[in-house]
Design a protein around this ligand. Structure first.
Ligand code: ZN
Length: 270
């Protein structure tokens, strides 16, 4: 059950200075962000535009930083960076393509757009309030990921805890093979060892895992010129295939989700 209480790993404001002082990422990489924030907190026109006092603006900036600063390696801001570094070594995220998002209570942590995935840092993360879709933290120098509405579809329609998007060459080739063979909008496979870790049924309806002689089916949707335009067809595929944990995007990659990071990562590796 998801609670409405504040995530336990998010440090309170009073602790944020300690984190800044000792957190390795913050010391070695995030100083430019701190400099920008500090500079902006001194910028009167910024506070005036937002209708805030200087003190209110400074407190908001500190709260936003506290959302992504934690010593816990399982904190979503740290975990997304670690996962993307691993996915980069697999060739699943290349350049700035692909991404990962984690739901943490009522907060969604989302990797930014246009950042080298293997070099991302916790302070690069966007944090969105699940209920209102408003950003609680938004790095000023970065753009939100175009995958955001697609990740949101997995969280809202499938109650996912983690959604991973990759540009895996294997996923792209599968969609091309299906196109060439005329099998259309679904990839089907059976009698292969790798499907044995895929759940049979979704969520509460799950009845164990697929067996060697079962058939795994993954819907394929057609690509669009802009990633965010995939939203409607991805949502349609999720609704049409209630048992699926993934949707392939032809000539593009795959979206995979799970109830938590471990399940999403395991399914992605299958
Ligand atoms: Zn993509």
């Amino acid at each position: 059950m998801r609670g409405t209480a504040a995530p336990k790993h998010v440090r309170p404001l009073s602790d944020s200075r300690k984190v800044r002082k000792h957190h390795p990422h913050f010391q070695h990489y995030t100083r430019p962000h701190l400099t920008r924030s500090t500079t902006n907190s001194l910028n009167k026109s910024t506070t005036q535009k937002l209708g805030l006092t200087q003190d209110q603006f400074t407190i908001m900036t500190s709260d936003a930083e506290a959302l992504v600063l934690s010593h816990d390696p399982h904190h979503p801001a740290n975990l997304i960076c670690e996962l993307c570094r691993k996915f980069y070594t697999h060739g699943w995220v290349t350049g700035t393509g692909g991404g990962t998002s984690i739901r943490h209570g009522e907060h969604l942590y989302i990797a930014p757009s246009g950042v080298q995935k293997e070099l991302m840092q916790p302070t690069d993360m966007f944090v969105m309030d699940f209920a209102t879709k408003s950003y609680l933290r938004r790095p000023q120098s970065l753009k939100p990921s175009a995958c955001t509405p697609l990740f949101y579809a997995a969280f809202s329609l499938r109650n996912a805890g983690c959604c991973i998007h990759t540009h895996s060459i294997s996923a792209v080739l599968v969609t091309l093979l299906c196109e060439a063979s005329g099998s259309g909008d679904v990839f089907e496979i059976e009698q292969i060892e790798q499907i044995k870790g895929v759940p049979r049924g979704y969520g509460e309806e799950r009845k164990g895992n697929l067996g060697y002689y079962d058939r795994l089916r993954i819907p394929i949707i057609e690509n669009t010129a802009h990633e965010e335009d995939l939203k409607d067809t991805l949502e349609g595929a999720i609704k049409a295939w209630p048992d699926t944990y993934a949707v392939l995007v032809r000539r593009h990659g795959i979206y995979v989700w799970g109830k938590d990071v471990a399940q999403a990562k395991t399914l992605c590796e299958r």
